[in-house]
Design a protein around this ligand. Sequence first.
Ligand code: PAF
Length: 329
Amino acid sequence: MKIVIVGSGAIGSLYGAFLSRYKDNEIILVGRNPHVAAIQSHGLKIEGVLGEHLFHLKAINHAREVSKADLVIVTTKTYDTVTAARSARHLIDAGAHVLLIQNGLGTEEMVAKELDTTKVLRATTCMGALHDSPGVVRVTGCGLTEIGSRFAENYTLVEELSNMFKEVGFDVKSSENIEGVVWTKTLVNCGINPVGALTGLTNGEVYNNKGLRGLVVTLVNEAVQVVKALGIELTTDDPVRYALGTAKATGDNINSMLQDIRAGKRTEIDAITGEVIRLAKEFGLDTPSSESVYALVKAIESKYLDNGEAASESDIFEIEELVRTVTTS
Ligand code: PAF
């Protein structure tokens, strides 16, 4: 299979590297310099809990440099999904399917609408990976990858890809309830990510701190109310236990939101906690702790993002209301 990975940061490079070991797969990483330039000159080094490996893969800066593919994997941040999908439109129009491996809610619908296609698959991942330096990815934890699609016609491909990911060493499950999978993962992210991001602590340190563990529980429970209102069937009977179990199992991980803050990058808080708050408001539900952590993460982002983007981008609620929420909770 010819697979183009758009948004090849740590996670995209990790999947691309191992998928290159499957049969006659041809992998092309699409990413930014200096990572791409380093891969072109010295190869891609994977280190950490999966051991040390050097992969010689094709790496480029633009999807337009490729004219045909079987699969486009998008591993960008949620807010870059549509731009990434547009950049690969010619490949999808020419027959490729697109698989989104991301955190956050709503990206499949966005891509399906933007590209006017049902060839959209979705995966969630609990793999932990960091960009140590250009051309080097450190794997910090191994967790489940779940693959599915909202469009039943893609189920055969879902099974084929699940087998491929399994063959190269990932722990994988396929699912016909991808909405439930994505929401289950989002509950984990709602609980762990802002708490780690605001405290600077690893997932394990959050888990080991009684007060923070309590906050994780509250955040997950607030999001569960929305899940119930939407009538979504989760993939776990006990989302709180599942979120805490993930924090413990990925103890050494610096969660992706904390990594973004440390790198001075925009976080995915809007597609995670922000989306929960937005939906909760539609159902008349209260999410005070979620609103507080949301406001705090946005405040941190606004210190380093240009043009006050972090503070102004969301229309969820007025800034005064945010400040009131933080100061009264
Ligand atoms: O966003 C992340 O970092 C991950 O989804 C998870 C599972 C919270 C592990 O760090």
